[in-house]
Structure formats: structure tokens, C-alpha cells
Design a protein around this ligand. Structure first.
Ligand code: GLN
Length: 454
């Protein structure tokens, strides 16, 4: 039924870069047989899922939304992919994304934009717009995203779906094509909080293949989501981050957020304002750290190891082939980031740019720690605006970057954060998201709040 739905709707939505019909049906049959044979299967066995094209899939193309990896077929599965397969989850295919996960609208995909199912003229968020659009278009009930600065939560918010960035290190990065390794984190996307929790527990856990994987028990997110469904938040201390309001926030988003605060109060939560002053510097710090790491990570696309190779006719030097390949294979946003990152890391500028950004990062972590002394969770709108029109910010990188104003601090601090649907804006009728943030390894706290609120 989901493959049929994709066939009916994807010409308009363009959520998928690759639909793996055969692989999906084979996996579904395997689960059917296991069930018939009376074998124990996981809670999500047989449930279809849309996988962001940043995760490697053995034998199935993985492009990361880039021409430089066009035609590349990975010889191995990412840990997330492997865990999904082992749990009997049916991977329908690979979803569209901003090239190398750099963007907030999926317009930076080398394979054309994805459209928001709520209004096809609008963006579905990014970089994981394909995954969130697949959920909103009822093409799949589950999806996987990755969140470096907001790419799970912001697409979730603007498509009316649930998106979770777990604690950094909670889900393995092995086989996740790297953008900014100290920020990248994979997580679950779904249409309900409980579905996201079930998926979270399947993909999370220690992995020796990822040196930053946390060797600790997976937070009990399913139990917390079930507890939250009872709708009682008595005594829970909720902090409203004052930095995330005011200029640049649409009225419809602000009103939705006020309504969410009232609803959480009705559920028994104690709510007060909290100031995190260094969050004002999160965006500039992120746009130095993420490009710096990307300029290093993307050096591996050297025309020798993967996919595309341009101009290798026997007359050119290695350097020339490398340069021609990177010129043709990377899109404008990726090139912009490589240039910013290389500049920020160059001797003479390193301390002023990269060094300062790292100091801001420490201050942000300290602001979170102080706030969590007084509050169990923090909340804010997920995004300052609802989904904008395709093309509206395409030539204005600064306007595009602002879509992640509220989501970036959690990446810099490594703390978990999620977006849960918060109704429709009374301005334009588009979905709005409520962001819930928790301390590291306390992912279950935000699931409880989100399930009660949902
Ligand atoms: N929009 C942000 C960026 O362009 C975040 C992307 C992400 O989380 N992958 O870098």
C-alpha cells in the first residue's frame, strides 16, 4: 500500500531519490514468514520506513543529494541501516535531502527540490525534507533523519510531524556520510511521539564502530512516551527560553507557542522564563564550526575513491582531475561552506574564527547546564516561521540560515531536542512545531512531555 502511495504521489512531492521496491517486498516477505513460523519479531517488524539518503545502504545507491556520489553503490550498511534491517523494518527507499545535509529547504539537492505536501509551492524543510515530506504525504509512517543544526526538527515542524535529535552519541554515526562530525546525529521521524520512541529504541545504542558513541543504556523513551500519554505533567518544571522570541518570529508561530504554554500548564507543568544569553551567538558559532568540519570531511571526495571522476583522459595531473571533479560534482552551497571552513581554519585566522566559535560553544553548554539546574525541560518554537515558498530564500544564505535559529544550540551542546506538532498557524494555515529540549541522556524527559502535549 505504501509503495502504491509513493507511485501515486511522488511525481508531485519528490520525497524519494530511490525507491527500493524489490528490497522492500523481500524484507516484508521475510517478516511475514517469521511471523507465520511463530518467531519473536520486534515491535516495528514489517513497518515501512523512508531512509534519508545520507545513510549508507549495501547494494542500494547513496547520493547524499550530491552529483559527486551519483552512481555510488555502498558496499556496506550504516549501523542504523543494519539495526533497522535486523528489526524487520521495511526500508522503502532513500529520501531527498540538501546536498551533504547543508540547507534548510531541500532546495540544495542536486536532484531537484522536495515539495511540502501541505502546500506544494512551499519547502518541506531541510536538510531532511524528503523524510518529513514522506511522512506528511502518508508515503511512510516512519523515517530516519540526521540533525547537524536542525535537519530533523525543522522539517518536522514545517510538515506537522515529529522529529527527534537524540543526545549526541546516542545513535551511531557509522555509515552516516559526514558533514560536521561533532554535531551530526541521526534520529527518528514519525507521525506520533510513541512511533518515534519505538523507532528511537531500535536505532540507538553503543557501537564500537563510532568513536563518539556513548557507552550507556539507551534512555527509556518508549516507557516515557507511554507515561506521557496519560496526560499528567504535575510538578514538571518547564523553562521558556527568552532568547527565542521577538523580531523575526511570525505572529502565527508566537500565538501557537503561547497556546502550547497554556496547554502545558493545564497538564500540570510549572512554567517560567529562563534566559540563556549565549544562545544569541549560536548561529554565527555554528556557521564557523560546521563549515570548518565539512571542509575537512569533504576532502575525501578526491575523484579517486568514490563516484564521479572528471577529465581523467591521460593528459591531466591528479590535481587537475581532482579540481575538475570537485568543480563539477559539488553544488554552490557546498562550495561556499568548504571555502568558509578552509578560511576559518587557516593559520592566522584560526584563533579569531574557529577558536572563538569553540569558546561560544562552551558558553552555550554552560547556559544549558545552568538552565537545567532549575528546569526539567526547556521549550521554544522549533522555527521562527512556517514553511516558506520554494525559491523565496534560495539566493539569500543568511535568510536561509535563520531557519535554524532555535535548533542549533542543542547541536552545539550535544543535548537532545525534539519537535512535536503544535497545530496550524492562524496566519497561513501551515504547521507549527514546539521544540522540547532536555539534558544529555535524558531523552525520555522530552518524550514524556511531547506525548502528553500531542
Ligand atoms: N540548516 C543547517 C545547515 O544548513 C542544518 C543542517 C543540518 O542539520 N544537517 O547547516
Amino acid at each position: 500500500a505504501h509503495l502504491d502511495r509513493i507511485a501515486e504521489t511522488d511525481a508531485k512531492v519528490h520525497a524519494f531519490l530511490h525507491v527500493d521496491t524489490e528490497g522492500a517486498l523481500a524484507q516484508a516477505r521475510k517478516v511475514d514468514e517469521a511471523v507465520k513460523a511463530g518467531e519473536q519479531v520486534s515491535s516495528l517488524a514489517g513497518v515501512p520506513l523512508a531512509l534519508k539518503d545520507v545513510m549508507t545502504t549495501e547494494g542500494v545507491p547513496t547520493t547524499v543529494g550530491s552529483k559527486i556520489l551519483e552512481g555510488w553503490i555502498p558496499p556496506y550498511d550504516a549501523t542504523v541501516t543494519r539495526k533497522l534491517k535486523e528489526a524487520g523494518v521495511v526500508i522503502l527507499g532513500k529520501t531527498n535531502m540538501d546536498e551533504f545535509a547543508m540547507g534548510s529547504s531541500t532546495e540544495n539537492s542536486a536532484y531537484g527540490p522536495t515539495h511540502n505536501p501541505w502546500d506544494l509551492d512551499r519547502i518541506p524543510g531541510g536538510s531532511g525534507g524528503g523524510s518529513s515530506a514522506a511522512l506528511a504525504a502518508l508515503q511512510a509512517p516512519l523515517a530516519i533523519g540526521t540533525d547537524t543544526g536542525g535537519s530533523i526538527r525543522q522539517p518536522g515542524a514545517v510538515t506537522g510531524t515529529v522529529g527527534v535529535k537524540p543526545t549526541y552519541g546516542g545513535v551511531s554515526r557509522y555509515g552516516l556520510v559526514a558533514f560536521s562530525s561533532s554535531l551530526d546525529q541521526a534520529g527518528p521521524c514519525a507521525r506520533t511521539v510513541l512511533d518515534a520512541a519505538l523507532l528511537h529504541e531500535i536505532i540507538a545504542g553503543y557501537d564500537h564502530m563510532d568513536s563518539t558513541s556513548i557507552n550507556a543504556p539507551v534512555p527509556p523513551v518508549v516507557a516515557a512516551a507511554r507515561e506521557g500519554l496519560s496526560g499528567d505533567l504535575s510538578g514538571l518544571r518547564v523553562g521558556v527560553v527568552t532568547q527565542f522570541s521577538g523580531d523575526g518570529y511570525q505572529q502565527g508561530v508566537a500565538r501557537s507557542f503561547e497556546a502550547a504554554v497554556s496547554q502545558l500548564k493545564e497538564l500540570g507543568a510549572e512554567i517560567a522564563d529562563v534566559s540563556c544569553p549565549s544562545f544569541d551567538y549560536a548561529l554565527p558559532a555554528y556557521y564557523l564550526i560546521a563549515p570548518s568540519e565539512c571542509s575537512s570531511n569533504l576532502a575525501r571526495f578526491d575523484a579517486m575513491r568514490y563516484g564521479l571522476r572528471v577529465g581523467d583522459d591521460g593528459t591531466r595531473s591528479t590535481e587537475e582531475v581532482m579540481s575538475l571533479t570537485r568543480e563539477a560534482g559539488f553544488g554552490p552551497e557546498v562550495k561556499r561552506r568548504i571555502m568558509i571552513g578552509t578560511y576559518a581554519l587557516s593559520s592566522g585566522y584560526y584563533d579569531a574564527y574557529y577558536g572563538s566559535a569553540q569558546k561560544v560553544r562552551t558558553l552555550i553548554t554552560q547556559d544549558f547546564a545552568k538552565a537545567f539546574e532549575k528546569f526539567d525541560v526547556l521549550i521554544s518554537p522549533t522555527t521562527p516561521t512556517t514553511a516558506f515558498k520554494i525559491g523565496e530564500r534560495a539566493n539569500d544564505p543568511m535568510a536561509m540560515y535563520k531557519a535554524d535559529l532555535c535548533t542549533i544550540p542543542a547541536n552545539l551542546a550535544g543535548t537532545p531536542a525534539m519537535s512535536v506538532p503544535s497545530g496550524l498557524s492562524d496566519e497561513d494555515g501551515m504547521p507549527v512545531g514546539l521544540q522540547i529540549m532536555a539534558p544529555a541522556l535524558q531523552d525520555h524527559r522530552m518524550y514524556r512531555v511531547a506525548a502528553a502535549y500531542e
